[in-house]
Design a protein around this ligand. Structure first.
Ligand code: GLN
Length: 453
């Protein structure tokens, strides 16, 4: 049914970059046979899933939304993909994304934008717009996303779906194409909080192949998602993330959600995180710095694209590299490589990268102080609902500023979740509420999410 649905609607939505129908059907049939033979099966065996094109899938193209990796077929599976296969979830295909996960609208994909199923003239958020749109268009019931500065949570908010960014290190990044390694986190996406928790359980847990993977028990997210009990829970509304600058309808649905939580017995209070004001500035130095270093591997020798410079008969390796990077990377990627190499260059390092790292520490300290007073923090996930395709593409700064609410969690390595809280009365488009918790307290996200569902 999902494969048929993809056939029917994906020409318009453009959520999938690669389809995997044959293999998905083979897995589904295999599960049927095992079920008939009463073999023990994992809980989600047979439930189809879409995977963001940032995770390596053996035998299935993986492009990270970039022309640099057009047609590249990885020789191995990312750990999360291996876990999906072991649990026998049929993989429907790979979903569209901003190139190398840089963006908030999926318009920076080299393969054309994904459209928001709620209104095809609008963006579905980014960078994981394909993942979120696949869920919203009922092309997949489950999906994998990646979140470096909000790429799971913001698309979830803009498409009326659920997405969780686990604690940094909670889910393996082995085999996931790196954007900014100190910020990147893989996470589960679905249309309901319980489904998201079920998937969380499949992918989370220690992986010796990822040196940043936490060797700690996975928080009991499923029990929390099933309970939704928020009685006595102390909920902090982050003043710096819920004040001015919000679309009125977003603010209205957010306030109503707070009233629901209070009605269910939670204690809601305002808390201040004064350094969040500088989070976007710090992030857009740290991310390009790490990204410029990670993207150095696309050197025309090891992966994907290689083009010789035009009209040069016997080009040097450096000339091939330059021509390939010029042809293979899109504008946003080039912009960030230039920013990152500049911020890291000697003489500027202390002024930019060094300063940004200090701000990062202050933001983590703000979180620590807030979590002395409250159990979770909340804010609108995005200041606005989905905007029009093309509307902000020429204004990178305006696009960056929209990430204000999601970025602090990545800088501090904390878990976050976006849950739908209805349609904005301004424009009838979905609004998301973000929940943030201390490291390793991912279960609290699901508790609050379930209460609002
Ligand atoms: N929108 C943010 C950015 O452009 C987040 C990206 C992400 O989480 N991958 O960097």
């Amino acid at each position: 049914a999902h494969l048929e649905r993809i056939e029917q609607v994906d020409g318009q939505v453009n959520a999938f970059l690669a389809r995997n129908a044959e293999q998905a059907l083979a897995t589904a049939r295999d599960v049927d046979q095992r079920r008939a033979a009463r073999e023990p099966l994992a809980r989600l065996a047979g439930v189809p899933i879409a995977v963001k094109d940032v995770a390596c899938t053996q035998g299935l193209t993986t492009t990270a939304g970039s022309a640099m990796l057009r047609g590249w077929v990885p020789p191995y599976d990312a750990t999360i993909v291996r876990r999906l296969r072991q649990a026998r979830l049929p993989i429907l295909g790979k979903t569209n994304m901003d190139e190398f996960a840089m963006g908030s609208s999926t318009e920076h994909s080299a393969y054309g934008p994904t459209r928001n199923p709620w209104d095809l003239a609008r963006i579905p958020g980014g960078s994981g717009g394909g993942t979120a749109a696949a869920l919203a268009a009922f092309e997949a019931p489950l999906a994998i996303g990646s979140d470096t500065g909000g790429s799971i949570r913001q698309p979830a908010a803009l498409t009326g779906t659920v997405g969780a960014k686990p604690t940094y290190g909670g889910v393996s990044r082995y085999g996931v194409i790196a954007l900014a390694s100190s910020l990147d986190q893989i996470g589960p996406c679905a249309r309901s909080v319980v489904d998201t928790a079920l998937l969380h359980e499949v992918i989370a847990g220690h992986d010796p192949l990822d040196s940043t993977s936490l060797d700690r028990p996975v928080p009991n997210v499923l029990a929390a998602a099933r309970s939704g009990d928020v009685r006595g829970l102390r909920i902090g509304v982050v003043r710096e993330l819920s004040g001015d600058g919000h679309q009125p309808g977003v603010r209205q649905r957010f306030d109503e959600a707070l009233a629901v939580l209070e009605g269910l017995g939670a204690q809601v209070a305002e808390v201040s995180c004064p350094h969040f004001e500088y989070a976007v500035a710090a992030y857009y130095l740290i991310l390009p710095s790490e990204a410029s270093s990670n993207l150095a591997r696309y050197d025309a020798m090891r992966y994907g694209l290689r083009v010789g410079p035009d009209g040069v008969p016997d080009p040097s390796a450096e000339q091939v590299m330059a021509a390939t990077r010029d042809a293979g990377f899109g504008d946003e990627v080039k912009r960030r490589i230039i920013l990152g190499t500049y911020a890291l260059s000697s003489g500027y390092y202390d002024a930019y990268y060094g300063q940004a790292q200090k701000v990062r520490t202050l933001i983590a300290a703000d979180f620590a102080a807030a979590f002395e007073e409250v159990d979770v923090l909340v804010s609108p996930t995005s200041p606005t609902t989905a905007f029009g395709i093309g509307e902000k593409i020429d204004d990178p700064l305006a696009m960056y500023l929209l990430d204000i609410a999601t970025i602090p969690a990545n800088l501090a390595g904390l878990p976050g979740l976006s849950v739908p809280v209805g349609l904005s009365p301004d424009d009838d488009l979905p609004v998301g509420l973000q929940v943030l918790a201390p490291a390793m307290a991912d279960d609290r996200l699901y508790r609050v999410g379930a209460a609002l569902e």
